[in-house]
Ligand binder design. Structure first.
Ligand code: ZN
Length: 411
């Protein structure tokens, strides 16, 4: 067991111990890191692990209509203080993004119990389904369905790279797709949501501080560009006779960097490109390309994407190809509850307040309930990659502070 001054109690496992319990689950031998996606074997194993860990603590565990997991400290009720995060990952992701918020929640409950704390308000841990959108492309799937931000008919029709729909994947995992959709009963129970998360940047390293309170999340979205041309033989089709969609796709990728670099604060990324059919000796007939764009000014994200789309259309035309653009998801500015933020900052002895460019379930919940985020220092600053990291001492510190926050909110 890993011990630090922040976690002196030998009788209960620390958040670090809990994290090592799932070290093997969903390990990706091809990409490195972890690939843990909704309704896969890794997802089932993580759900079983969480259920067993929560039940061992006497918590009442159930799965809501949208496959989010809940563990209640006492009877479920209204005005609850909820903490937690997600257990899924991006393809080849790190060990901390998501799981850190879940293990620290379990460990914080242990600390509260060891202190003999009896909550005056209902307390719960939530594990949201498919926060990263790693399998079906839609981020924050569980929280969007729960809040009704995403219509269930649109969600259930989403397909993974094998063509399996979310509806079929849910059915295969024993979930009833007919139950998916806005869940007012579950949503109505949440009074306050506090999500602890590994920082996805080096803000805390520069501030030389172990923990921060979140202020806001900048607007962000995902767009799918489908370039179509004419599939053909790589050896017999002369260069002048080609309509190769890979060319405008390549132009677009380079153009995204140029367009985003010209706008202060903008971040735009092409991280996924799928040529169809994808053969070495085949000119592609279609190229699907996903754009992730984020910018502090809400209106400007769509302006930037409009500019990128226009250039993509011109590049496609030049090659005798066509392009179709589809907005897959969009989130405006998410500002966390101001009063709650101030309260946590004071409680944590003037902890720094940081904005972020990363999306979270807490942002999806923010328009409906009071939400706050705590960020734990990440010495590498890297996230969504195997090099993501948090020091064991910082994890114990974050957990102890989370316990203090829960104690103050639920006392
Ligand atoms: Zn996350």
């Amino acid at each position: 067991m890993t011990r630090s001054p922040e976690h002196p109690d030998e009788s209960v496992p620390s958040a670090n111990d809990l994290l090592s319990e799932i070290r093997q689950v969903g390990a990706d031998r091809t990409r490195g890191g972890y690939s843990r996606h909704v309704f896969t074997a890794a997802d089932a194993e993580l759900r079983e692990w969480f259920t067993a860990a929560a039940r061992a603590r006497g918590l009442d565990v159930h799965t809501d209509r949208n496959a989010n997991l809940w563990a209640w400290f006492g009877a479920p009720g209204p005005n609850a203080i909820v903490t937690g995060s997600h257990l899924d990952s991006v393809p080849g992701g790190g060990a901390y993004d998501g799981p850190l918020g879940v293990v620290s929640a379990l460990s914080a409950f242990d600390l509260l119990r060891a202190q003999g704390f009896t909550p005056g308000r209902p307390l719960a841990i939530v594990v949201f389904a498919e926060e990263e959108g790693g399998r079906f492309g839609m981020p924050c799937l569980g929280s969007r369905l729960l809040t009704g931000t995403l219509p269930p008919e649109r969600a259930l029709a989403l397909r993974d790279t094998d063509g399996t729909t979310l509806a079929d994947a849910a059915r295969a995992a024993g979930r009833d797709p007919a139950h998916f959709g806005r869940d007012s009963e579950t949503l109505g129970r949440i009074g306050t949501f506090v999500e602890l998360h590994v920082e996805q940047g080096r803000g805390l390293v520069h501030l030389n501080a172990p923990l921060a309170v979140g202020s806001s999340i900048i607007p962000h979205g995902r767009w799918r560009f489908t370039f179509t041309g004419q599939g053909n033989h790589a050896g017999t089709t002369l260069m002048d006779d080609r309509r190769d969609p890979m060319l405008p796709a390549a132009e677009m990728i380079a153009g995204v960097r140029r367009s985003a670099a010209a706008v202060p604060g903008a971040r735009a990324t092409v991280g996924r490109v799928i040529p169809i059919p994808g053969g070495t000796n085949v000119i592609a007939s279609q190229v699907d390309l996903w754009l992730d764009a984020r910018l502090p000014e809400p209106g400007s994200v769509r302006d930037l994407v409009a500019e990128i789309s226009e250039k993509a259309r011109a590049a496609a035309e030049l090659e005798g190809c066509a392009v179709e653009v589809r907005e897959e998801s969009f989130e405006g500015t998410a500002a966390f509850d101001l009063a709650l933020r101030d309260r946590l900052t004071a409680l944590l002895g003037g902890a720094p307040v940081l904005p972020t460019g990363a999306g979270h379930d807490a942002a999806v919940l923010a328009p409906f309930v009071a939400t706050a985020m705590l960020y734990v220092r990440n010495p590498t600053g890297i996230s969504h990659a195997p090099q993501e990291f948090a020091e064991p001492g910082d994890i114990d510190h974050g957990t102890a502070e989370l316990a203090r926050v829960l104690r103050a909110l639920a006392g």
